[in-house]
Design a protein around this ligand. Structure first.
Ligand code: 1HE
Length: 260
């Protein structure tokens, strides 16, 4: 792991975080996972959305298998918990994160993508969980996050049989919300990030921090949490100004086919 293996660029209100270890297909070493955690913890306060992408032909080949040495059960658990802590920073960090996917999105790479809020894939993307055939199990939060995207049955099949989903199948199954032509995932992710950066910060916060928790709550608790979050969001001066702008004809209407 060198300092160059993860790059952070700031473009206006958008942070671009790039896995830059193409020679190893952006495999995630322990050092890289810790850098990812630190990068999200330390994002400048001016950042309002982030994009994660990968250099070379693949988004990410997952866990760096060269580091998978014999560990006892305790060390194995702590290793998995380290991934959890890092990917929690991605999911529940300060800003929405868009993953720009191409080539291999496999193993821990898929777990990283699943921790992001939006996934944009180009037509070269493919998804797999080779843990099944390597004699191991997911350890980066995949058992929790991936079934929420594609369902337990599809994930079980992927791990039992080594099934690989191509980009089009992956979009249908729920891995990615957007499918774009080859080479266009990062540009599309930037476009979405710039748009998201214009939202009221409290709305983005509610979507990142309240919505996934509400979705896991029993309905009666979920309704109450929703009501509280809704009241907080609408009380912000920015929300009042945005509603006023619409009523005075100064704000965009909802348009079919948007975002283009
Ligand atoms: C790696 C890794 C890696 C490549 N760890 N070194 N993930 C996997 O089981 C996926 C393993 N990787 C692959 O199946 C393929 O590499 C790819 C389909 C991603 C890309 O294929 P290709 O032909 O472009 O590259 P390559 O020739 O296989 O690999 C190029 C180099 O990257 C080579 O090293 P070199 O020194 O011989 O040049 C590979 O060894 C190296 N490389 N992938 C280490 N993953 C929290 S738990 C998560 C558990 C998991 O993620 S398990 C799944 C691991």
């Amino acid at each position: 792991m060198t300092d160059q293996d993860l790059r952070l660029e700031i473009d206006g209100h958008v942070a671009v975080i790039r896995l830059a270890r193409a020679a190893k297909r952006n495999a995630l070493s322990d050092g890289l996972i810790l850098r990812l955690r630190d990068t999200f913890q330390q994002l400048p306060v001016t950042v309002r959305a982030a994009v994660i992408d990968g250099e070379g032909d693949h988004f990410c080949a997952g866990l760096d298998l060269s580091e998978l040495k014999e560990r006892d059960a305790g060390a194995g658990m702590h290793h998995s918990r380290m991934w959890h802590a890092a990917l929690e920073e991605v999911q529940y960090g300060p800003v929405p994160v868009i993953a720009a996917l191409h080539g291999a999105v496999v193993g821990g790479g898929l777990e990283l993508a699943a921790a992001c809020h939006i996934r944009v894939a180009d037509e070269t993307a493919f998804y797999a969980l080779p843990e099944g055939s390597r004699g191991i199990f997911v350890g980066g939060g995949g058992a929790v996050r991936i079934p929420r995207l594609i369902g337990v049955a599809r994930m079980t099949d992927m791990m039992l049989t080594g099934r690989v989903y191509d980009a089009a199948e992956g979009e249908k199954a729920g891995f990615a919300q957007y499918l774009v032509p080859r080479g266009e995932a990062s540009a599309k992710a930037m476009e979405l990030a710039r748009r998201i950066a214009q939202n009221a910060p409290l709305t983005n916060y509610a979507l990142m921090h309240a919505l996934p928790r509400i979705a896991e709550q029993p309905a009666d608790q979920g309704y109450l949490t929703e009501a509280l979050m809704s009241a907080i969001a609408q009380s912000a001066p920015e929300a009042k100004e945005r509603v006023r702008a619409f009523l005075e004809g100064r704000a965009a209407k909802v348009e079919k086919g948007s975002p283009k």
